[in-house]
Write a protein that binds this ligand. Structure first.
Ligand SMILES: [Mg+2]
Length: 174
């Protein structure tokens, strides 16, 4: 069986949506993902925005209740019948996220074995045939084929095969 490694934030968990929701709530703004196309979130915020984002991410609860990216559960479940699926999340920047992320995966992706959850730093260490990730730098160091999952910050990167939605992933793998 071929192996597919799948990133978590912005691929199966909508962390950016939650960051925007919290920022808008606290600042009375109405920023959307469309507003930040081609930028990192902090680049679209006034000075001090990066500190605020970091504070949200350091909150133990942040990763506990993130929305699931539409289609990811059903399509990964179908993929898991034909491929070995690993969830590979770079969690070293936020070590307090481990517990929340693990519980989130058990809750929303209960058809995957916990042994297939990989909490890693540099994703270059992964040995899989494919990596689905929104961060181009993770695909740069990956040895297999990288698939860039669309997020506002990567819309101008054309170096990798792209998936805009989980329907696109289904068309590649199913
Ligand atoms: Mg990600």
């Amino acid at each position: 069986m071929q192996r597919i490694a799948v990133d978590m934030d912005e691929v199966i968990a909508d962390a950016l949506g939650e960051l925007l929701a919290r920022y808008n709530r606290d600042h009375g703004t109405a920023l959307t993902k469309t507003d930040i196309a081609g930028k990192w979130l902090w680049q679209a915020l006034p000075p001090g925005g990066q500190r605020q984002i970091d504070a949200y991410l350091q909150d133990d609860r942040f990763f506990e209740d993130l929305p699931v990216v539409p289609g990811s559960q059903e399509i990964l479940r179908r993929c898991s019948e034909r491929y070995e699926i690993f969830i590979a999340t770079a969690a070293m920047a936020f070590p307090n996220s481990f517990g929340s992320k693990f519980r989130w995966l058990r809750r929303h992706f209960s058809f995957l074995k916990p042994h297939n959850f990989v909490f890693c730093g540099d994703k270059g260490i992964l040995r899989a045939d494919y990596l689905i990730d929104d961060m181009p730098y993770n695909l740069d160091s990956f040895r297999g084929e990288g698939i860039l999952f669309t997020a506002p910050h990567n819309v101008n990167d054309s170096r990798y095969r792209r998936a805009n939605t989980w329907q696109d992933i289904a068309e590649i793998f199913l």
